[in-house]
Design a protein around this ligand. Structure first.
Ligand code: ADA
Length: 558
């Protein structure tokens, strides 16, 4: 859906910039039909951005209306929204055209403009996620910002056009040959000849009609996408009047024994958990901050990122593809209880979001695994049913990637058997136990997994760490000091490395993040302070500790 790519650049208009905005604090916009009569005391709001970065709406989590006038040429067009938080209704020229749930996956609208002229988009964005029926729900440890948080584009399209390009492939055993299928949709009348190109080379010409289409092709001497050594391919479909493209990379993802393998080589995961969060931009990170994050993470010796706890922006995934960084993409299902897993509405929302996440991000070679959920009630049969349902759907949508979830229920968890590898969140040294608890943990956990008849899969530590407030330094290294945060990381990481069943680790977390105001009593500064860098990306001592250990591991694993 986002693969408008290089070939559509000339036809693409960025609808970002200044929009009109009016907070609908009393929820009267629908009744007063603001889609037709927009309030005249509206203010200017940048798009993309989060309204919580405007001082008047720092804590606002209600409804906000946006309006934009734009010029479009006569003919077919597509309007792409990459992310609106959290529920939204879109009106085009006063007509309701779409309702969408979920801030972190996008959606699009196809339309046909009858004449050249000015048109109006109105978006009703509802950022309320504060009860047990919302996704994410009220229990969560991050700030969900409101507004049109990701870019909006208008693409002018010819009378007949192709869209939704998606490349599926299998690699030969020696990984030299790709047997691929390009799937796409076509819209319009008649039969049209399209040629498939890879970079500048024509591969095939076929006749295309409206509906779902497929082209099978074989590529020899593949340049593989590898971890920290990525190679990317652009495929385009071109007719006399139309051109669309998609970028992807070829690599094989598998589990072998206690390791994840990329292209038949074991890769020990040296990772961080990262929220898309910044005090000045909220979720709406501009490209230069996304790139800065990537540079800091790569410089630290990482080879993977867990996108905790929601699908990341297209821009960041593009960077992962380009840097060769493995990415774990998951849904914002954080600490859900059995009761919620039994709620049909929530389940349907989740399944729809999961489908969108996969379809929209399918072509990113960096994504190696889909995460189902985080710290949910996976000790219950209801959650087992939901986990199985999600896994079945994900594997149907995408048989080429792995499936996992992050568990804090460890010794009570009954869902591990659904996963391709096992992930554990645990904070000894911070919550409760001494950090040395890790020493005895693995024996106990291996025994538990054996009892559950779980085969010997890789075990990943998907979260561990502790809080350190930037600049807080002390001789005794108490909690919240930068020294104590280093001690937890160093001891934990050294223990993990001694256990061959551990296939990797993900430090919690990359940067300090803003949390909900309601958490102020347990989270100093109303931030989760477990970042290796603070919210402005200034490195703490822990950054250098992690860097030293990750660089050492990288050398050992060479
Ligand atoms: C959990 C959770 C994270 C974060 C962390 C913490 O394990 O998955 O989102 O809240 O704990 O900092 O306590």
């Amino acid at each position: 859906m986002y693969e408008y790519g290089i070939k559509r650049q000339a036809a693409t208009q960025d609808l970002g910039g200044a929009w009109l905005f009016k907070a609908d604090k009393n929820n009267i916009g629908k009744k007063e039909a603001w889609e037709n009569t927009f309030p005249n005391d509206a203010i200017t709001m940048p798009v993309p951005s989060c309204w919580n970065n405007t001082p008047a709406y720092y804590d606002y989590t209600g409804v906000g209306y946006y309006k934009k006038e734009f010029f479009a040429k006569k003919g077919n067009a597509k309007i792409i929204f990459e992310g609106v938080s959290n529920y939204c209704t879109v009106y085009l020229d006063g007509e309701e055209v779409l309702i969408h749930k979920g801030a972190y996956t996008g959606f699009c609208i196809y339309t046909n403009f009858k004449t050249d002229g000015t048109h109006t988009l109105v978006v009703r964005a509802d950022a309320y996620v504060d009860d047990e029926n919302t996704v994410p729900n009220e229990t969560r440890d991050w700030k969900v910002y409101g507004g049109i948080i990701r870019p909006v584009y208008l693409i002018s399209l010819p009378e007949f056009f192709v869209d939704d390009l998606c490349v599926h492939y299998t690699l030969s055993e020696d990984l030299h040959t790709a047997n691929a299928v390009l799937e796409f949709s076509a819209y319009g009348e008649g039969i049209h000849a399209y040629t498939l190109f890879t970079d500048d080379k024509a591969l095939k010409t076929i006749d295309v009609q409206a509906g779902k289409n497929k082209i099978a092709f074989t590529l020899e001497n593949i340049r593989l996408w590898n971890v920290l050594a990525p190679q990317l391919y652009t495929f385009s479909l071109e007719s006399d009047t139309d051109a669309a493209s998609v970028r992807t990379g070829f690599r094989k993802v598998a589990v072998n024994g206690r390791r994840i393998e990329i292209n038949n080589k074991p890769v020990y995961l040296r990772g961080v958990n990262r929220h898309e969060d910044h005090p000045e931009w909220g979720h709406a990170l501009p490209l230069h901050i996304a790139k800065k994050d990537m540079d800091i993470i790569v410089n630290m010796g990482c080879n993977m990122i867990r996108g905790s706890h929601y699908p990341n922006s297209r821009a960041f995934l593009d960077l992962c593809d380009e840097y060769g960084i493995l990415f774990w993409s998951e849904l914002p299902l954080w600490y859900y209880k059995e009761k919620q897993a039994a709620n049909e509405d929530i389940v349907n929302t989740i399944l729809k979001m999961g489908h969108e996440m996969i379809v929209q991000n399918y072509n990113h070679p960096s994504i190696f695994t889909w995460g189902l959920h985080n710290e949910c009630e996976t000790s219950t049969k209801t959650f087992l049913r939901l986990t199985e349902k999600m896994a079945t759907q994900y594997r149907t949508d995408d048989p080429s990637r792995l499936i996992t979830y992050a568990s804090d229920k460890v010794f009570d968890d009954i869902c591990f058997k659904v996963c391709d590898f096992i992930c554990v969140n645990r904070y000894p040294g911070w919550y409760g136990d001494e950090v040395e608890e890790w020493e005895s943990f693995f024996n106990k956990f291996n025994t538990y997994l054996k009892e559950q008849n779980i085969p010997e899969l890789p075990i990943m530590i998907s979260e561990f760490g502790g809080g350190g407030i930037y600049g807080q330094s002390s001789f005794e290294s108490p909690k919240w000091s930068e020294q104590y945060q280093c001690e937890i990381l160093e001891k934990s990481m050294e223990i993990f490395r001694k256990h061959p069943e551990v296939g990797g680790m993900m430090i919690w977390q990359y940067c300090d993040i803003r949390v909900r105001t309601a958490q102020a009593m347990s989270r100093p500064r109303t931030f989760n302070n477990k970042g290796l860098v603070n919210e402005y990306r200034q490195p703490k001592m822990a950054y250098y500790t992690a860097k030293k250990l990750y660089e050492q591991m990288a050398k050992e694993d060479e």
